[in-house]
Design a protein. Structure first.
Length: 88
């Protein structure tokens, strides 16, 4: 069976939150259908283009190793920001 992106419902939690610099943040992402290990995460800062963090659940781009990590497969994925930084 071929699954198209538009056929999959993805839910991310928590929603917006207030955090402090240095905090560790874990996000949960659940999808309505299995995508095996294929899940792309992007980081987008205000008024900037998005940067690819990972396109394979737990294999992170070298530029973000140490700051981002995560795991998951099937329908549940959990990325973690190890130490939130603030940039002005």
């Amino acid at each position: 069976m071929e699954v198209h992106v538009r056929d999959i419902m993805t839910t991310q939690s928590p929603g917006p939150m207030v955090v402090s610099a240095g905090e560790r943040i874990t996000i949960s992402c659940m999808s309505s259908q299995s995508s095996r290990n294929y899940l792309a995460w992007h980081q987008q800062k205000l008024a900037q283009a998005s940067n690819l963090l990972t396109s394979w659940a737990s294999t992170w781009e070298s530029a973000v190793l140490g700051q981002f990590s995560g795991s998951g497969s099937g329908t549940v994925f959990t990325p973690t920001i190890s130490s939130l930084g603030l940039k002005m």
